[in-house]
Design a protein around this ligand. Sequence first.
Ligand SMILES: [Fe+2]
Length: 289
Amino acid sequence: MTMGLRAFLSPPRTALLASIGFALCASANVYAHSDHERNTLVPPGYTHYAPSPVPDRVVLTFAGDPATSAAVSWRTDTAVENPRAQIAPALDGPALHQVEQTVAAASVGLTMENGAALHHSVVFEGLEPDTVYAYRVSGGNTWSEWFQFRTASDSASEFAFIYFGDAQNAIKSHFSRVIRQAYSDMPKAALMVHAGDLVNSRDNRDDDEWGEWFDAGGWLLGMVPSVVAAGNHEFHKHELPDGTEEQRLSPHWAPQFRLPKTGRKDCGIRFTTSTIKAPASWFWTRPPP
Ligand SMILES: [Fe+2]
């Protein structure tokens, strides 16, 4: 089910413009083909997305002012000690390690069908606006590659972003095509909006589906910040002792995405998302005074 998304201009930056790239994705309709008995490319009984000492599932997000901060999350196995990330101005050479700043990570354990994992995250703060930085994240006696990203401008300026609907089904098979082509068309996109139902999570193979989502996006997810919203497929039914049911957010969500705890009122553009169950007025409220 697709999420509703709106972006509105917030005074005093009403001159700020946004270019939007819409990338329709592998929906359930596309997925309705003869292979529909499986929702991933991972053969049943095979473990393809087990966590290891090598960092994976690296995803850049916002957890504060995008002009001066950025957040990154990643995954390793549980043997990794002293998880941390390093960030440096993007020099035109390999000496990044000589000018880096190291930030200790927060870690959360999560055990799924592919094994026990640690999900780590850091928030880089005190960055310069409109500046290219390089960062890397640690694993077990190793590092990820250096990823690059540009902080947002601290003044009104035009930018582009890419909007993705429901990746959800046959993600590696089809969403890979969409996200890669979208990035090829808009390589300077400032962010990517994932507007809900990133995975299907109805077959008890949630970690394989998330593995495919990160596999499809690959290094793009480490370079272009993602704005993610949970769709109804990111929620699971849980039966309560009294026989009633409640919807709970996927255990993958919080460990995988380092997000702001609260919204901001002073940003130039605000992205708000809500499930279709939210009141309609939620979608159409006026910009704040
Ligand atoms: Fe959906």
